[in-house]
Ligand binder design. Structure first.
Ligand SMILES: Cc1cc2nc3c(=O)[nH]c(=O)nc-3n(C[C@H](O)[C@H](O)[C@H](O)COP(=O)(O)OP(=O)(O)OC[C@H]3O[C@@H](n4cnc5c(N)ncnc54)[C@H](O)[C@@H]3O)c2cc1C
Length: 476
């Protein structure tokens, strides 16, 4: 039955929900407080173009399918370039390039960490078996009913790895070399979880990186939401940017309208909220959970020179990486010597920086805006710690070389994007549904209120929020 659907937020999740709702025949209005793209927008300053957040692009088939489902040729909207190496790792004075593809990666491990060769091959064989099950399970529909846990594909998916173990225990049990441990420890944080959580599924992230490739969308990551917005508009979605929603009006167990900052009310039969689900609880008069999930700290820089020592993606692993993880996950503080991910898309795309210059951005996993952290007072020292890790590895940036700089802390994510305490993925892992899944896409009280995006199923990251848009549209 055709319905009028109101979507709050034009991040990639909201855009995906809008497209899928239109494909299902509904009328859609999309209300966005800023510009389309959310965290996957674009920073353009002084001749430099930077991705504000996401930059590791995997599982491109998920985006392409959205265009195919709409009867379009994806190549008319988006072009992706496959990166090789997928990343460079700076570790103990060496530059190690992780090549594209399993066979090449296995050959590299045979050379640099022969003690882990066999275990890497065993892990790969297990992941190759369970990866296709993802399509039938967590990528196919949300899990929010206890009986769904008996799904045979889900059980098969969980079996190859001991789900009683924490992710760190799994990695330590497989790999002896510090190199592989350092590389693998970080993946649960892609979904806002610590390596102390039971998250064997996080192993699929490096699997997909090697198997399906790491890609660069022509024009930068913002090209993905821009292409979604173009398709949505072509399909007849009304996108209203610069339109802030301040709450919902409800009656008789249903949301009736979205209330705008201007006082206007936009009514509809169904509502899809791309605002952080946890934070939206305040609109519904509910209490918030005690702890947020993790966040990121970023330093964006336009630098007046080139860096041949960097690849498009470079990971700086300091010698003290283990104590850094302990500080992050046990003490919930910004590590004194963090692992730093650095993006240099000017290595691939000459249009994103002036000639002879580089657009760099560093990302460090950090605690969110928690009570014991005074982010405005901490910011300068966190920037210094980030640059120091790079400098120790031989990549020094003089202040005089920096033409533009922008720092995003969890306070920024709280204020600009409305994330719960500046966390990127909703509540702490202890609040996960059945101890495993992100929160449901469905509101427990208002039957016509659905959620989309990184704080709900299937989880965070651009491919996942694209799928969550499909889930929400199905539920409408
Ligand atoms: C530093 C960083 C690095 C990352 N790296 C990667 C990566 O490499 N690969 C990857 O896949 N993912 C990565 N991610 C995660 C990815 O960016 C997110 O999971 C994804 O962009 C979230 O999309 P979303 O649609 O859920 O939310 P958002 O992008 O946050 O969109 C929500 C939208 O809702 C709007 N909104 C909020 N409140 C209101 C309101 N009251 N009224 C109207 N509009 C409102 C916001 O303005 C925003 O546009 C990264 C994130 C960050 C921050």
């Amino acid at each position: 039955m055709k319905k009028s659907v109101v979507i709050v937020g034009a991040g990639l999740g909201g855009l995906s929900a809008a497209i899928h709702c239109r494909l299902n025949g509904h009328d859609v209005v999309l209300l966005e407080q800023g510009r389309v793209g959310g965290k996957a927008g674009r920073i353009a300053e002084g001749g430099y173009t930077l991705d504000p957040g996401p930059s590791i692009i995997i599982l491109t088939e998920i985006y392409k399918k959205v265009f195919r489902d709409a009867g379009r040729n994806p190549d008319d909207y988006l072009q992706f370039e496959r990166l090789n190496p997928i990343t460079r790792v700076m570790f103990r004075g060496e530059s190690i390039d992780i090549p594209d593809g399993y066979e090449a990666a296995q050959r590299l491990i045979d050379q640099v960490a022969p003690e882990d060769s066999k275990e890497f091959a065993i892990m790969w064989a297990k992941l190759s078996k369970i990866a296709p099950l993802v399509e039938k399970t967590v990528f196919a529909h949300p899990y929010d009913k206890p009986w769904q846990l008996a799904d045979p594909s889900l059980i098969k998916f969980a079996l190859p790895f001991d789900v009683r173990k924490t992710y760190k225990e799994l990695v330590d049990g497989m790999f002896k070399s510090s190199l592989l441990r350092a590389f693998f420890y970080g993946f649960p944080s892609y979904g806002g979880q610590s390596y102390r959580s039971k998250a064997p599924g996080a192993l699929l992230i490096p699997y997909f990186m090697l198997q399906d490739g790491v890609w660069y969308p022509k024009g930068g990551v913002a090209a993905i939401p821009e292409a979604f917005a173009r398709l949505a508009t072509e399909l007849g979605v009304e996108i209203r940017t610069g339109t802030q929603v301040v709450g919902f009006e409800s009656a008789d167990g249903r949301v009736r309208s979205a209330v705008l900052a201007s006082g206007e009310k936009v009514s509809g039969e169904a509502f899809v909220c791309n605002r952080d689900r946890v934070q939206t609880q305040t609109w519904l008069g509910r209490t918030l959970p005690s702890k947020p999930s993790y966040s990121y700290f970023t330093v964006h820089m336009g630098v007046r020179r080139e860096f041949p020592e960097l690849k498009h993606h470079t990971l700086f692993v300091p010698d003290e990486f283990e104590s850094g993880f302990e500080q992050l996950y046990e003490e919930r503080v910004f590590p004194s010597s963090p692992i730093v991910y650095l993006n240099n898309s000017s290595d691939t795309d000459s249009a994103v920086a002036p000639p002879g210059c580089s657009n760099l951005f560093a990302v460090v996993t950090s605690p969110a805006n928690e009570d014991h952290l005074d982010w405005p007072a901490l910011t300068d020292s966190c920037v210094q710690r980030t640059l120091q890790v790079m400098s120790k590895a031989g990549v020094s940036i003089e202040p005089s070389e920096i033409e533009m700089q922008r720092v995003q802390t969890p306070v920024y994510f709280e204020q600009e994007h409305g994330n719960f305490r500046g966390s990127l993925y909703g509540a702490d892992e202890k609040h996960r549904l059945f101890g495993m899944f992100p929160w449901s896409n469905r509101d427990p009280e208002f039957r016509n209120l659905l959620y989309v995006g990184g704080s709900v199923q299937p989880g965070a990251g651009l491919p996942m929020v694209t799928l969550s848009g499909k889930f929400a549209a199905q539920m409408v």
